[in-house]
Design a binder for this molecule. Sequence first.
Ligand code: NAD
Ligand code: DAU
Length: 353
Amino acid sequence: MNKTIIITGGAGFIGSHVVRLFVTRYPEYRIVNVDKLTYAGNLENLSDIDRMPNYVFERTDITDSAGIQAVFDRHRPDGVIHLAAESHVDRSISHPMDFIMTNIVGTVTLLNAARALWDGNFSGKRFYHVSTDEVYGSLGAEGFFTETTAYDPRSPYSASKAASDHLARAYHHTYGLPVVLSNCSNNYGPNHFPEKLIPLAINNIRNNRPVPIYGSGENVRDWLHVHDHARAIDLIFHKGRNGDTYNIGGNNEWTNIDLIRLLCRIMDRKLNRKAGASEQLITFVKDRAGHDLRYAIDSSKLQRELGWTPSMKLEQGLEKTVDWYLANEKWINAVVSGDYERYYEKQYGQIKN
Ligand code: NAD
Ligand code: DAU
């Protein structure tokens, strides 16, 4: 094996797709998945590839500096692709400290471990920090986030991601660490944890439960299929310029209400329900505190410089995603057992079932 790469957060939604892509596409790389297995981490996401000879799992908390140092000493990685994070905005509103610890302290812990291991010999080395478009704040009806848009994070989640982005860049400028970053829009696809809008709505519709829409449903998100994000990460890891940032987005802007109406039509068809039946489940609820109005990404730099383009429109990707959830009832039923119901009750207890 000619390279060892640590992927953090590899048991989560996006991380598991990145791990699968790297393990299968690069048999000459050793992929070490470092994950604490929080409520969002699920080794079932990797059950199809976890016996591959180039895959290793390390259950470690990225805020545990001794544990992380031991992992780096054991595996001596040439590269790090850092995805581990607390990722849900609503949980950051109720429990901000978890986000400060994992997203900020955890990122610095990894930067320190890479810096100590590489010790100024940066040839062939790379630290890739995966981030979000939410660091740029909220747009009005017009315009797009570019790589030079000023940071203006507005939730504890996005503020913690912004801090981690600044720290990753600071390690590049101060110590010369070979750091590259990307900021991506909303992902969707298989293995998405059902606290996020699309998988939550799919799960509720299949169970005939109300589908909660915050506020008036006019907030806009730019949706990207997770396979397109994983392809972008592969390209940026191999071809991106050190010190640079790349925006990744799907050119798929939808208001939440239009998106959920589309999903309802797809679900009616797949579940052989009467047209319009699932839409009856839509329930407008109290808005998210500080709810960002619109995100939209200009990904022309990534398209121009590295030749990436999003391959899937939302209509097509959503159809495939619904198929995946309906074919993987065992996965979703396991994920929503236990703590999930307690979370759901706290977050949505106001809605009558
Ligand atoms: P996720 O919540 O599905 O997965 C996060 C993973 O990190 C889980 O496996 C969890 O166990 C692990 N983890 C959490 N805390 C940890 C810790 N202290 N130590 C080790 N592991 C820990 O998240 P996701 O949606 O797959 O997001 C992955 C990354 O991509 C995050 O950095 C997120 O900010 C970024 N991102 C996500 C989206 C999106 O739409 N989901 C869009 C842009 C960027
Ligand atoms: O933009 C990238 C970000 O996208 C990532 O960095 C985050 O990790 C990821 O969680 C996602 O953040 P959002 O807050 O945009 O995603 P979420 O699925 O939570 O919400 C999408 C939209 O739907 C948002 O406007 C809030 C709304 N919403 C969400 C939930 C969970 C509802 O109306 N009802 C809900 O029950």
